[in-house]
Design a protein around this ligand. Structure first.
Ligand SMILES: Cc1ncc(COP(=O)(O)O)c(C=O)c1O
Length: 459
Protein backbone atom coordinates (compact mmCIF):
# COMPACT_ATOMS: atom_id res chain seq x y z
CA UNK A 1 0.00 0.00 0.00
CA UNK A 2 1.24 3.48 -0.87
CA UNK A 3 2.61 5.51 2.03
CA UNK A 4 1.06 8.97 2.05
CA UNK A 5 3.06 11.95 3.29
CA UNK A 6 1.78 15.27 4.63
CA UNK A 7 2.70 16.85 1.27
CA UNK A 8 0.55 14.24 -0.53
CA UNK A 9 -2.43 15.04 1.66
CA UNK A 10 -1.98 18.77 1.19
CA UNK A 11 -1.94 18.32 -2.58
CA UNK A 12 -4.93 15.96 -2.57
CA UNK A 13 -6.97 18.30 -0.35
CA UNK A 14 -6.17 21.21 -2.69
CA UNK A 15 -6.81 19.37 -5.95
CA UNK A 16 -9.57 16.88 -5.21
CA UNK A 17 -11.36 17.48 -1.93
CA UNK A 18 -14.40 19.69 -1.25
CA UNK A 19 -14.76 20.72 2.41
CA UNK A 20 -18.16 20.82 4.14
CA UNK A 21 -19.01 24.43 5.06
CA UNK A 22 -15.30 25.29 4.65
CA UNK A 23 -13.27 27.65 2.46
CA UNK A 24 -11.19 25.95 -0.22
CA UNK A 25 -8.73 28.86 -0.25
CA UNK A 26 -7.78 28.21 3.37
CA UNK A 27 -7.42 24.50 2.70
CA UNK A 28 -5.26 25.15 -0.36
CA UNK A 29 -3.01 27.53 1.54
CA UNK A 30 -2.64 25.79 4.91
CA UNK A 31 -3.57 22.22 4.05
CA UNK A 32 -6.27 20.21 5.82
CA UNK A 33 -6.51 20.07 9.62
CA UNK A 34 -5.80 16.39 9.42
CA UNK A 35 -6.88 14.43 12.51
CA UNK A 36 -5.55 10.88 12.43
CA UNK A 37 -6.13 9.35 15.86
CA UNK A 38 -8.36 9.61 18.92
CA UNK A 39 -8.53 8.08 22.38
CA UNK A 40 -10.86 9.15 25.17
CA UNK A 41 -10.80 12.97 25.29
CA UNK A 42 -7.67 13.18 23.14
CA UNK A 43 -7.02 13.68 19.43
CA UNK A 44 -3.80 13.68 17.41
CA UNK A 45 -3.13 15.27 14.04
CA UNK A 46 -0.87 14.01 11.27
CA UNK A 47 2.09 15.90 12.75
CA UNK A 48 1.70 14.11 16.08
CA UNK A 49 0.33 17.20 17.86
CA UNK A 50 -2.08 16.35 20.70
CA UNK A 51 -5.43 18.08 21.30
CA UNK A 52 -8.17 17.77 23.84
CA UNK A 53 -11.56 17.42 22.17
CA UNK A 54 -13.73 20.30 23.37
CA UNK A 55 -16.54 19.72 20.83
CA UNK A 56 -17.03 15.93 20.67
CA UNK A 57 -15.80 16.72 17.14
CA UNK A 58 -19.26 18.01 16.10
CA UNK A 59 -21.55 17.34 19.10
CA UNK A 60 -21.15 13.68 18.18
CA UNK A 61 -18.60 11.61 20.11
CA UNK A 62 -20.52 11.45 23.41
CA UNK A 63 -18.70 8.42 24.87
CA UNK A 64 -15.25 9.60 23.77
CA UNK A 65 -12.88 8.26 21.15
CA UNK A 66 -11.49 4.77 20.61
CA UNK A 67 -13.89 2.67 22.70
CA UNK A 68 -12.75 -0.89 22.05
CA UNK A 69 -16.16 -2.35 22.96
CA UNK A 70 -17.93 -0.45 20.20
CA UNK A 71 -15.25 -1.29 17.66
CA UNK A 72 -15.53 -4.96 18.60
CA UNK A 73 -19.35 -4.93 18.34
CA UNK A 74 -19.05 -3.41 14.86
CA UNK A 75 -16.43 -5.96 13.84
CA UNK A 76 -18.54 -8.88 15.03
CA UNK A 77 -21.60 -7.61 13.18
CA UNK A 78 -19.63 -6.98 9.97
CA UNK A 79 -18.29 -10.51 10.18
CA UNK A 80 -21.75 -12.02 10.66
CA UNK A 81 -23.37 -9.97 7.92
CA UNK A 82 -22.34 -6.49 6.91
CA UNK A 83 -25.39 -5.41 4.95
CA UNK A 84 -29.10 -6.15 4.96
CA UNK A 85 -31.69 -3.62 3.77
CA UNK A 86 -34.81 -2.79 5.76
CA UNK A 87 -37.03 -2.54 2.66
CA UNK A 88 -40.09 -4.70 2.20
CA UNK A 89 -40.16 -6.32 5.63
CA UNK A 90 -36.57 -7.58 5.67
CA UNK A 91 -34.67 -6.84 8.83
CA UNK A 92 -31.52 -7.69 10.73
CA UNK A 93 -30.89 -8.41 14.39
CA UNK A 94 -29.27 -5.17 15.64
CA UNK A 95 -31.98 -2.99 13.99
CA UNK A 96 -34.72 -4.88 15.82
CA UNK A 97 -32.82 -4.94 19.10
CA UNK A 98 -32.12 -1.22 18.84
CA UNK A 99 -35.75 -0.41 18.01
CA UNK A 100 -36.84 -2.20 21.19
CA UNK A 101 -34.08 -0.52 23.20
CA UNK A 102 -35.07 2.98 22.07
CA UNK A 103 -38.74 2.33 22.78
CA UNK A 104 -37.85 1.08 26.27
CA UNK A 105 -35.72 4.07 27.28
CA UNK A 106 -37.88 6.81 25.74
CA UNK A 107 -40.68 8.30 27.82
CA UNK A 108 -44.37 8.05 26.93
CA UNK A 109 -45.55 6.00 23.97
CA UNK A 110 -42.68 6.80 21.60
CA UNK A 111 -42.56 3.18 20.53
CA UNK A 112 -42.04 2.93 16.76
CA UNK A 113 -38.67 3.46 15.12
CA UNK A 114 -37.65 4.26 11.54
CA UNK A 115 -33.89 4.20 10.94
CA UNK A 116 -31.98 6.44 8.55
CA UNK A 117 -28.36 7.45 8.09
CA UNK A 118 -28.09 11.15 9.01
CA UNK A 119 -29.84 13.81 11.05
CA UNK A 120 -31.13 15.49 7.89
CA UNK A 121 -32.73 12.22 6.80
CA UNK A 122 -34.31 11.72 10.23
CA UNK A 123 -35.91 15.18 10.00
CA UNK A 124 -37.11 14.57 6.45
CA UNK A 125 -38.55 11.27 7.64
CA UNK A 126 -40.44 12.99 10.47
CA UNK A 127 -41.87 15.57 8.07
CA UNK A 128 -42.91 12.91 5.56
CA UNK A 129 -44.52 10.79 8.28
CA UNK A 130 -46.47 13.85 9.50
CA UNK A 131 -47.69 14.59 5.98
CA UNK A 132 -48.63 11.03 5.13
CA UNK A 133 -50.26 10.62 8.54
CA UNK A 134 -52.68 13.50 7.88
CA UNK A 135 -53.37 12.29 4.34
CA UNK A 136 -54.34 8.82 5.41
CA UNK A 137 -56.45 9.90 8.38
CA UNK A 138 -58.47 12.12 6.02
CA UNK A 139 -56.99 15.58 6.65
CA UNK A 140 -54.89 16.09 3.48
CA UNK A 141 -55.07 19.88 3.79
CA UNK A 142 -52.80 19.73 6.82
CA UNK A 143 -49.48 19.93 5.04
CA UNK A 144 -47.65 22.94 6.49
CA UNK A 145 -44.70 22.57 8.82
CA UNK A 146 -43.68 25.25 11.32
CA UNK A 147 -40.16 25.59 12.72
CA UNK A 148 -38.06 28.45 14.08
CA UNK A 149 -35.83 31.04 12.49
CA UNK A 150 -32.14 30.35 13.12
CA UNK A 151 -32.80 26.66 13.69
CA UNK A 152 -30.53 24.03 12.12
CA UNK A 153 -32.21 20.81 11.12
CA UNK A 154 -29.91 19.71 8.30
CA UNK A 155 -29.09 20.64 4.73
CA UNK A 156 -30.87 18.27 2.33
CA UNK A 157 -33.81 19.98 0.63
CA UNK A 158 -36.55 18.93 3.02
CA UNK A 159 -34.43 19.42 6.13
CA UNK A 160 -33.16 22.76 4.82
CA UNK A 161 -36.74 23.88 4.26
CA UNK A 162 -37.48 23.09 7.91
CA UNK A 163 -34.34 24.91 9.07
CA UNK A 164 -34.35 28.65 9.58
CA UNK A 165 -30.76 29.82 9.09
CA UNK A 166 -31.03 32.40 6.37
CA UNK A 167 -27.43 32.14 5.11
CA UNK A 168 -27.81 28.40 4.58
CA UNK A 169 -31.01 28.90 2.58
CA UNK A 170 -30.14 31.87 0.36
CA UNK A 171 -28.46 30.07 -2.56
CA UNK A 172 -31.08 27.35 -2.73
CA UNK A 173 -34.38 29.17 -2.82
CA UNK A 174 -37.11 28.57 -3.67
CA UNK A 175 -37.18 25.84 -1.08
CA UNK A 176 -39.97 23.34 -0.54
CA UNK A 177 -43.30 25.19 -0.21
CA UNK A 178 -45.35 25.04 2.97
CA UNK A 179 -42.62 25.59 5.58
CA UNK A 180 -43.13 28.49 7.98
CA UNK A 181 -41.02 30.02 10.74
CA UNK A 182 -41.36 31.94 13.99
CA UNK A 183 -38.85 33.56 16.33
CA UNK A 184 -36.80 31.41 18.73
CA UNK A 185 -36.46 32.24 22.45
CA UNK A 186 -33.22 34.12 21.83
CA UNK A 187 -33.48 35.98 25.16
CA UNK A 188 -30.10 37.70 24.81
CA UNK A 189 -31.42 39.41 21.68
CA UNK A 190 -35.15 39.18 22.39
CA UNK A 191 -37.02 40.46 19.31
CA UNK A 192 -39.64 41.90 21.69
CA UNK A 193 -36.99 43.55 23.89
CA UNK A 194 -38.38 41.76 26.95
CA UNK A 195 -36.75 40.48 30.11
CA UNK A 196 -36.77 36.66 30.20
CA UNK A 197 -37.45 36.69 33.94
CA UNK A 198 -40.65 38.69 33.62
CA UNK A 199 -41.91 38.11 30.07
CA UNK A 200 -44.96 36.00 29.35
CA UNK A 201 -43.37 34.12 26.44
CA UNK A 202 -44.49 36.39 23.61
CA UNK A 203 -42.38 34.21 21.32
CA UNK A 204 -44.79 31.35 21.98
CA UNK A 205 -47.78 33.66 21.39
CA UNK A 206 -46.14 34.31 18.02
CA UNK A 207 -46.44 30.59 17.23
CA UNK A 208 -50.13 30.61 18.06
CA UNK A 209 -50.70 33.77 16.01
CA UNK A 210 -48.94 32.18 13.04
CA UNK A 211 -51.11 29.07 13.34
CA UNK A 212 -54.27 31.20 13.51
CA UNK A 213 -53.21 33.35 10.56
CA UNK A 214 -52.43 30.33 8.38
CA UNK A 215 -55.49 28.37 9.49
CA UNK A 216 -54.95 25.68 12.15
CA UNK A 217 -56.33 22.95 9.91
CA UNK A 218 -53.54 23.56 7.39
CA UNK A 219 -50.72 22.84 9.87
CA UNK A 220 -49.32 19.31 10.15
CA UNK A 221 -46.44 19.72 12.60
CA UNK A 222 -44.23 22.02 14.64
CA UNK A 223 -40.52 21.13 14.76
CA UNK A 224 -38.52 22.17 17.82
CA UNK A 225 -34.96 21.45 18.90
CA UNK A 226 -35.30 21.68 22.73
CA UNK A 227 -31.85 23.25 23.33
CA UNK A 228 -31.13 25.05 20.07
CA UNK A 229 -27.61 24.36 18.85
CA UNK A 230 -26.51 26.44 15.86
CA UNK A 231 -27.80 29.76 17.20
CA UNK A 232 -25.84 28.90 20.31
CA UNK A 233 -27.13 26.73 23.16
CA UNK A 234 -30.52 28.42 23.59
CA UNK A 235 -32.00 26.78 26.66
CA UNK A 236 -35.81 26.93 26.51
CA UNK A 237 -37.23 29.32 29.11
CA UNK A 238 -39.37 27.85 31.87
CA UNK A 239 -42.71 26.57 30.51
CA UNK A 240 -41.69 27.26 26.89
CA UNK A 241 -41.87 23.64 25.71
CA UNK A 242 -44.98 23.01 27.82
CA UNK A 243 -46.75 25.95 26.16
CA UNK A 244 -45.70 24.77 22.69
CA UNK A 245 -47.08 21.32 23.52
CA UNK A 246 -50.38 22.85 24.71
CA UNK A 247 -50.75 24.90 21.54
CA UNK A 248 -50.09 21.85 19.35
CA UNK A 249 -52.68 19.86 21.30
CA UNK A 250 -55.22 22.69 21.10
CA UNK A 251 -55.07 22.72 17.29
CA UNK A 252 -54.47 19.01 16.62
CA UNK A 253 -50.92 19.63 15.38
CA UNK A 254 -48.10 17.08 15.79
CA UNK A 255 -45.07 18.12 17.83
CA UNK A 256 -41.68 16.93 16.57
CA UNK A 257 -38.59 17.27 18.76
CA UNK A 258 -35.24 17.28 17.00
CA UNK A 259 -32.84 15.62 19.45
CA UNK A 260 -30.19 14.89 16.83
CA UNK A 261 -27.84 17.06 18.82
CA UNK A 262 -29.49 17.03 22.28
CA UNK A 263 -30.06 13.28 22.63
CA UNK A 264 -28.01 10.67 24.47
CA UNK A 265 -26.80 12.68 27.43
CA UNK A 266 -25.67 15.98 25.90
CA UNK A 267 -28.01 18.21 27.95
CA UNK A 268 -27.46 16.39 31.25
CA UNK A 269 -30.36 13.99 30.78
CA UNK A 270 -30.49 10.95 28.54
CA UNK A 271 -32.96 12.96 26.41
CA UNK A 272 -33.58 16.71 26.59
CA UNK A 273 -37.34 16.10 26.66
CA UNK A 274 -36.90 14.51 30.11
CA UNK A 275 -35.41 17.68 31.53
CA UNK A 276 -38.54 19.64 30.70
CA UNK A 277 -41.06 16.81 31.07
CA UNK A 278 -42.62 17.38 27.65
CA UNK A 279 -43.19 14.42 25.34
CA UNK A 280 -43.49 15.05 21.60
CA UNK A 281 -45.37 12.96 19.03
CA UNK A 282 -42.13 12.25 17.19
CA UNK A 283 -38.45 12.65 17.97
CA UNK A 284 -35.37 12.51 15.77
CA UNK A 285 -31.92 11.28 16.76
CA UNK A 286 -28.52 11.18 15.06
CA UNK A 287 -24.97 12.08 16.11
CA UNK A 288 -24.73 10.73 19.70
CA UNK A 289 -26.86 7.67 18.93
CA UNK A 290 -23.63 5.95 17.84
CA UNK A 291 -21.20 8.57 19.19
CA UNK A 292 -20.09 8.75 15.56
CA UNK A 293 -18.58 5.30 15.38
CA UNK A 294 -20.81 4.75 12.34
CA UNK A 295 -23.52 6.88 10.68
CA UNK A 296 -27.05 6.37 11.95
CA UNK A 297 -30.19 8.32 12.73
CA UNK A 298 -33.66 7.44 13.91
CA UNK A 299 -37.16 8.90 13.89
CA UNK A 300 -39.28 7.55 16.72
CA UNK A 301 -43.06 8.05 16.62
CA UNK A 302 -45.87 7.62 19.12
CA UNK A 303 -48.52 4.91 19.15
CA UNK A 304 -51.06 7.49 17.94
CA UNK A 305 -48.98 8.54 14.91
CA UNK A 306 -48.11 4.96 14.10
CA UNK A 307 -51.72 3.70 14.25
CA UNK A 308 -52.68 4.41 10.59
CA UNK A 309 -49.41 2.87 9.40
CA UNK A 310 -50.70 -0.50 10.56
CA UNK A 311 -52.83 -0.34 7.41
CA UNK A 312 -50.81 2.01 5.19
CA UNK A 313 -47.32 1.47 3.86
CA UNK A 314 -45.02 4.37 4.77
CA UNK A 315 -43.84 5.52 1.33
CA UNK A 316 -40.26 5.99 2.39
CA UNK A 317 -37.02 4.00 2.60
CA UNK A 318 -33.26 4.52 2.48
CA UNK A 319 -30.70 2.00 1.25
CA UNK A 320 -28.32 2.62 4.13
CA UNK A 321 -30.96 3.47 6.75
CA UNK A 322 -30.33 1.43 9.90
CA UNK A 323 -27.13 -0.18 8.61
CA UNK A 324 -26.25 -3.37 10.56
CA UNK A 325 -22.80 -2.14 11.60
CA UNK A 326 -24.24 1.24 12.70
CA UNK A 327 -27.09 -0.24 14.71
CA UNK A 328 -24.65 -2.66 16.39
CA UNK A 329 -22.49 0.37 17.28
CA UNK A 330 -25.54 2.21 18.65
CA UNK A 331 -26.52 -0.70 20.91
CA UNK A 332 -23.06 -0.82 22.47
CA UNK A 333 -22.86 2.98 22.65
CA UNK A 334 -26.15 3.18 24.56
CA UNK A 335 -25.01 0.34 26.85
CA UNK A 336 -21.92 2.39 27.73
CA UNK A 337 -23.89 5.62 28.30
CA UNK A 338 -26.25 3.74 30.63
CA UNK A 339 -23.54 1.75 32.43
CA UNK A 340 -21.41 4.84 33.09
CA UNK A 341 -24.46 7.10 33.59
CA UNK A 342 -22.73 9.64 31.38
CA UNK A 343 -25.62 12.13 31.38
CA UNK A 344 -25.00 12.58 35.10
CA UNK A 345 -21.43 13.66 34.44
CA UNK A 346 -22.67 16.07 31.75
CA UNK A 347 -25.18 17.44 34.24
CA UNK A 348 -22.80 17.87 37.19
CA UNK A 349 -19.67 18.82 35.29
CA UNK A 350 -21.81 20.91 32.94
CA UNK A 351 -22.61 23.23 35.86
CA UNK A 352 -18.91 23.61 36.52
CA UNK A 353 -18.21 24.18 32.82
CA UNK A 354 -20.86 26.91 32.80
CA UNK A 355 -19.45 28.59 35.91
CA UNK A 356 -15.96 28.61 34.44
CA UNK A 357 -17.13 29.84 31.04
CA UNK A 358 -18.98 32.74 32.67
CA UNK A 359 -15.55 34.06 33.72
CA UNK A 360 -15.23 35.04 30.05
CA UNK A 361 -17.88 37.72 30.56
CA UNK A 362 -15.02 39.90 31.84
CA UNK A 363 -13.86 40.35 28.25
CA UNK A 364 -15.14 43.36 26.30
CA UNK A 365 -16.08 41.22 23.31
CA UNK A 366 -17.94 38.50 25.23
CA UNK A 367 -21.61 39.42 25.23
CA UNK A 368 -23.26 36.24 26.45
CA UNK A 369 -22.39 32.82 27.84
CA UNK A 370 -25.24 30.32 27.86
CA UNK A 371 -25.98 26.62 27.87
CA UNK A 372 -26.74 23.54 29.90
CA UNK A 373 -25.11 20.14 30.47
CA UNK A 374 -22.24 19.80 28.01
CA UNK A 375 -23.87 22.18 25.51
CA UNK A 376 -22.45 25.70 25.88
CA UNK A 377 -21.88 28.77 23.72
CA UNK A 378 -19.89 31.97 24.08
CA UNK A 379 -21.29 34.79 21.93
CA UNK A 380 -18.98 37.64 20.92
CA UNK A 381 -20.06 41.23 20.28
CA UNK A 382 -18.39 44.31 18.83
CA UNK A 383 -19.89 46.46 21.58
CA UNK A 384 -21.13 45.03 24.84
CA UNK A 385 -23.50 47.89 25.70
CA UNK A 386 -25.25 48.08 22.35
CA UNK A 387 -24.84 44.33 21.66
CA UNK A 388 -23.63 45.30 18.18
CA UNK A 389 -22.76 42.17 16.27
CA UNK A 390 -19.26 41.33 15.09
CA UNK A 391 -19.23 42.00 11.35
CA UNK A 392 -18.76 38.77 9.39
CA UNK A 393 -15.53 39.83 7.71
CA UNK A 394 -13.62 39.77 11.03
CA UNK A 395 -14.26 36.03 11.59
CA UNK A 396 -13.55 36.46 15.29
CA UNK A 397 -14.74 33.02 16.37
CA UNK A 398 -12.81 31.28 13.59
CA UNK A 399 -9.67 33.10 14.68
CA UNK A 400 -10.26 32.03 18.27
CA UNK A 401 -10.70 28.47 17.02
CA UNK A 402 -7.25 28.67 15.42
CA UNK A 403 -5.71 30.05 18.62
CA UNK A 404 -7.28 27.13 20.47
CA UNK A 405 -5.75 24.64 18.04
CA UNK A 406 -2.35 26.20 18.63
CA UNK A 407 -2.91 25.67 22.36
CA UNK A 408 -4.00 22.03 21.97
CA UNK A 409 -7.79 22.34 22.11
CA UNK A 410 -10.06 21.19 19.31
CA UNK A 411 -13.14 23.45 19.25
CA UNK A 412 -14.18 23.26 15.63
CA UNK A 413 -17.39 24.51 14.08
CA UNK A 414 -17.04 28.11 15.18
CA UNK A 415 -19.41 30.56 13.52
CA UNK A 416 -18.66 34.24 12.89
CA UNK A 417 -19.43 35.33 16.41
CA UNK A 418 -19.88 32.20 18.54
CA UNK A 419 -17.69 29.52 20.06
CA UNK A 420 -19.41 26.25 20.89
CA UNK A 421 -18.13 24.14 23.77
CA UNK A 422 -19.48 20.57 23.92
CA UNK A 423 -16.91 18.07 25.17
CA UNK A 424 -17.46 14.30 25.25
CA UNK A 425 -19.59 13.32 28.25
CA UNK A 426 -16.57 11.77 29.96
CA UNK A 427 -14.81 15.14 30.47
CA UNK A 428 -13.32 15.70 33.93
CA UNK A 429 -12.79 18.88 35.95
CA UNK A 430 -9.17 18.95 34.74
CA UNK A 431 -10.27 18.69 31.11
CA UNK A 432 -12.73 21.53 31.61
CA UNK A 433 -10.14 23.72 33.33
CA UNK A 434 -7.71 23.13 30.47
CA UNK A 435 -10.32 24.00 27.82
CA UNK A 436 -11.54 27.15 29.60
CA UNK A 437 -8.03 28.38 30.50
CA UNK A 438 -6.99 28.06 26.86
CA UNK A 439 -10.18 29.77 25.72
CA UNK A 440 -9.43 32.73 28.00
CA UNK A 441 -5.93 33.03 26.56
CA UNK A 442 -7.25 32.79 23.00
CA UNK A 443 -10.03 35.34 23.50
CA UNK A 444 -7.49 37.76 25.03
CA UNK A 445 -5.27 37.53 21.92
CA UNK A 446 -8.07 37.88 19.38
CA UNK A 447 -9.90 40.59 21.34
CA UNK A 448 -6.81 42.78 21.09
CA UNK A 449 -6.44 42.17 17.37
CA UNK A 450 -10.13 42.63 16.66
CA UNK A 451 -10.63 45.83 18.63
CA UNK A 452 -7.66 47.48 16.88
CA UNK A 453 -8.85 46.42 13.42
CA UNK A 454 -12.45 47.31 14.18
CA UNK A 455 -11.61 50.80 15.45
CA UNK A 456 -9.31 51.22 12.45
CA UNK A 457 -12.09 50.17 10.10
CA UNK A 458 -14.47 52.67 11.72
CA UNK A 459 -12.12 55.69 11.43
C1 LIG B 1 -30.36 19.71 15.60
C2 LIG B 1 -29.85 19.11 14.35
N1 LIG B 1 -30.70 18.52 13.51
C3 LIG B 1 -30.29 17.95 12.36
C4 LIG B 1 -28.95 17.98 12.01
C5 LIG B 1 -28.52 17.37 10.71
O1 LIG B 1 -27.76 16.25 10.91
P1 LIG B 1 -26.79 15.68 9.75
O2 LIG B 1 -25.66 16.64 9.60
O3 LIG B 1 -26.37 14.34 10.30
O4 LIG B 1 -27.62 15.55 8.53
C6 LIG B 1 -28.03 18.58 12.86
C7 LIG B 1 -26.59 18.64 12.51
O5 LIG B 1 -25.81 19.35 13.07
C8 LIG B 1 -28.48 19.17 14.06
O6 LIG B 1 -27.64 19.78 14.91
Amino acid sequence: MKEYTWEDYKRIARDHFIPHFGMWSELAEEGPKLIVKGKGMKLWDIHGKEYIDGMSILWVVNVGHGREEIIEAMRQQAEKISYVSLFGGYAHEPALQLAEKLASILPGDLNHVFFAGSGSEAIETAVKIAKQYFHVIGEPKRYKIIARWESYHGVTYGALSVAGIRQNRNFFEPLVPGFLHFNPPYCYRCPYKLNPNTCSLQCVDELENLILAEGPKTIAAVVIEPVMSAIGSLVPPKDYLKRVREICDKYGILLIFDEVNNGFGRTGRMFAMERWGVIPDMVTFGKGITSGYAPLSATVISDKVFEPFKKWMLMHGLTFGGHPVSTAAALKNIEIIERERLWENADKMGEYLGERLKELLEFDIVGDVRGIGFHWTVEYVANKETMERIPGKFWVAARIEKEMLKRGVYLARASVDRTYIAPPLIATKEDIDFIVDKLKESVAVIQDQFLKEYKGAKV
